[in-house]
Design a protein around this ligand. Structure first.
Ligand code: NAD
Ligand code: LMR
Length: 319
């Protein structure tokens, strides 16, 4: 890495399961000069703890709504993992009633205090929270579709892991694009585009696709009521944040899959590979060539994803 530490990054929900691990990983990132840790409570302790690590980045805690504006001012990137996680038996959409309002309020503050910052939204249901954030920015007159990203990197991280294990490949070499959205069948891993080129039997295709779609639930069930993925999510969010900052710094050829404003399908938001640059999403890449098996999943996911998008847009505009 050649770029200097020059970016201010805020984590909203920084005292939570994802927030704390993610903040540690960001504190180790040489591109970040200032880390602002915001939550409704407990961030002074998290920030004091992290501030003792001897990395270049300086860290400050902000607790309570009255400190939110200060946390956001001057930010280049804001990462939002604020909100409640799932318990066994719940879908991500079951979190909408609580998390939609949290994301809406936080995005209103971002639109006011750092309208040009890139947003990385982790809070579920991502399929609806990204449309909510976009509507908030439109209402505030500061919407730039290149700046708002739903974080779907964990789906790629999982696909790379599961496929390398199943096929005996070096996990460091494997790259599997994941398109669609981030919930159940809206998660569509494109195994036919696996790098390096890999052959799968019909049984392998079905088992791996379904496992990737249900991987979040696998963790929720293993945690048995104590929440959902936090460590793997922090890892994935740190990877996405680094890609956004490398893009901002002018590095060429930086790509990640992400759920963004898109004209790749008839839906207004869709996850595909995105080229990251100085303005955020410089280019949203097409789905590319897919098999009939993948086309079948794509047809099935469209109505479900559309319903989640419509729900988010309606919520954001209801008053
Ligand atoms: P958590 O309960 O451990 O932490 C959430 C934090 O958000 C808490 O510290 C809480 O105080 C804070 N919070 C609540 N309301 C807030 C507000 N108004 N402003 C600021 N902070 C607020 O939960 P977690 O395990 O860290 O998960 C957080 C979210 O991330 C959940 O919605 C979960 O579903 C989602 N998630 C998404 C992905 C993904 O791939 N996109 C992966 C894992 C989890
Ligand atoms: C995940 O994919 O792990 C997250 O979306 C959390 C969840 O509820 O499954």
């Amino acid at each position: 890495m050649t770029a200097k530490a020059e970016y201010k990054v805020a984590v909203l929900g920084a005292a939570g399961g994802i927030g704390q691990s993610l903040s540690l990983l960001l504190k180790m990132n040489p591109l970040i000069s200032d880390l602002a840790l915001y939550d409704i409570a407990n961030t002074p302790g998290v920030a004091a703890d992290l501030s003792h690590t001897n990395t270049t980045c300086s860290v400050k805690g902000y607790a309570g709504e009255e400190q939110l504006a200060d946390a956001l001012k001057g930010c280049d990137l804001v990462i939002i993992p604020a909100g409640v996680p799932r318990k066994p038996g719940m879908t991500r959409d079951d979190l909408f009633s609580i998390n939609a309002g949290i994301v809406k309020n936080l995005c209103e503050a971002c639109a006011k205090n750092c309208p040009k910052a890139i947003l990385n939204i982790i809070s579920n249901p991502v399929n609806s929270t990204v449309p909510i954030a976009s509507e908030v920015y439109k209402k505030a007159g500061v919407y730039d579709p290149k700046k708002i990203f739903g974080v779907t990197t964990l789906d790629v991280v999982r696909s790379n892991t599961f496929i390398s294990e199943a096929k005996g490949l070096d996990v460091n070499d494997v790259d599997v694009p994941v398109v669609g959205g981030h919930a159940g069948i809206t998660i569509l891993p494109l195994l036919s585009q696996t790098y390096p080129s890999t052959k799968f039997t019909a049984e392998e295709l079905e088992a791996l696709t379904v496992r990737i779609q249900n991987a979040g639930t696998e963790v929720v069930e293993a945690k048995a009521g104590a929440g959902s993925a936090t460590l793997s999510m922090a890892y994935a969010a740190a990877r996405m944040a680094e890609a956004c900052l490398r893009g901002l710094s002018g590095e060429a050829e930086v790509y990640e899959c992400s759920y963004v404003a898109s004209s790749v399908t008839d839906l207004p938001y869709f996850a595909t590979k995105v080229k990251l640059g100085p303005n955020g999403a410089e280019e949203v890449l097409p789905v590319g060539d897919i098999t009939d098996y993948e086309k079948g999943w794509l047809e099935k996911l469209i109505p479900e994803l559309k319903a989640s998008i419509d729900k988010g847009i309606e919520f954001a505009n209801k008053d």
